[in-house]
Design a protein around this ligand. Structure first.
Ligand code: A2P
Length: 292
């Protein structure tokens, strides 16, 4: 395959994953199983969210499933993501357990939660879970550039996403570039810095000038960077506030001011000059199971 064909394939894959993942999701980390979680999920769906993110280790999948059912929103309108706890050994068995807790027959995204005991061992089990129809897409979370390289070197089905901590303050351009080079969509968790970034002076100033809230300013930055984002809240009015980010734009100078808040130096060891890894492999699967 020629370089331009590979490039086209990579771009097409990024486009197809981005088309599939609603750009705004509700994060549910640290929301305990129970009514608080059921309500947050139900409110989010009632308020127009179409993407809910959970994980086996959060312990709240049952409430996520319940919130989804209680919302009355059709299952196939919602993108449900969960994550494999890598302290256990079998992604297939754990996917089955997740589906039982969620009360679903498949999730839309199943990610390795973090690269415990190495970047690659769990991937064949993730691919198997996908083959069995338990997940439409498979991906990873908390993987560094090196770990992405190791994984994509061995993967038969390429990871669709790498969900990582990311925000203007953690603007890990090296990791973002590496993910894009590999045809993997970077997705952001803790976009508000678990609340810490909301009282930053630059963010507040922009918010005042645009008559928006600091949370909206931060979340809009992701929309304009084309990065799916999953802010967490258990408060209805905040869940609503966080969704009002599609009816305004940050001017270039505000984007630049937010970019300048980065405290990582734009790194993540992604700048090494590695050989191209997104290469011609007949067996690379580009779409989700149902589209492949
Ligand atoms: P709460 O759940 O009590 O509403 P992150 O998504 O970066 O992890 O941030 C989540 C934290 O930010 C939570 O503590 C959440 O509190 C708080 N939070 C979420 N949205 C807002 C908002 N619009 N205004 C203020 N705090 C918010």
């Amino acid at each position: 395959m020629s370089t331009s064909e590979l490039e086209e394939k990579r771009q097409a894959r990024l486009r197809s994953v981005r088309r599939e993942i609603p750009p705004l999701g509700l994060g549910t980390w640290q929301i305990p199983n129970g009514p608080e979680c059921v309500n947050a999920v139900r409110w989010a769906l009632e308020l127009g969210y179409r993407h809910i993110d959970t994980a086996q280790v959060y312990g709240n999948e049952a409430s996520v499933g319940r919130g989804l059912r209680e919302s009355g929103v059709a299952r196939d309108e919602v993108f449900v993501a969960t994550k494999f706890y890598p302290g256990s050994r079998d992604p297939v068995a754990q996917a089955e357990a997740s589906l039982r807790r969620l009360g679903l027959d498949h999730v839309d995204m199943y990610m390795i939660h973090w690269p415990q005991r190495g970047a690659t061992w769990a991937w064949p089990g993730m691919e198997r879970a996908r083959e069995l129809g338990y997940a439409r897409w498979i991906g990873v979370s908390n993987f560094s550039s090196d770990e992405m390289d190791q994984l994509t070197d061995q993967a038969t089905v390429m990871p669709a996403v790498n969900q990582v901590q990311f925000s203007p303050f953690e603007y890990r351009r090296g990791l973002l570039d590496e993910c894009e080079r590999l045809g993997v969509v970077l997705e952001a968790y803790s976009p508000l810095g678990t609340g810490r970034h909301l009282d930053d002076e630059t963010v507040e100033q922009i918010a005042r000038r645009l008559e928006r809230t600091p949370a909206q300013v931060l979340l809009r930055w992701f929309v304009q960077r084309d990065i799916p984002v999953i802010p967490k809240s258990t408060h209805r009015e905040r869940i609503q506030e966080n969704a009002r980010i599609f009816d305004f734009a940050l001017p270039d100078e505000d984007m630049a001011a937010l970019d300048a808040l980065d405290q990582t130096g734009g790194t993540d060891h992604a700048r090494e000059n590695r050989r191209r890894r997104f290469r011609s492999r007949g067996q690379i699967v580009l779409g989700p199971k149902h589209d492949a």
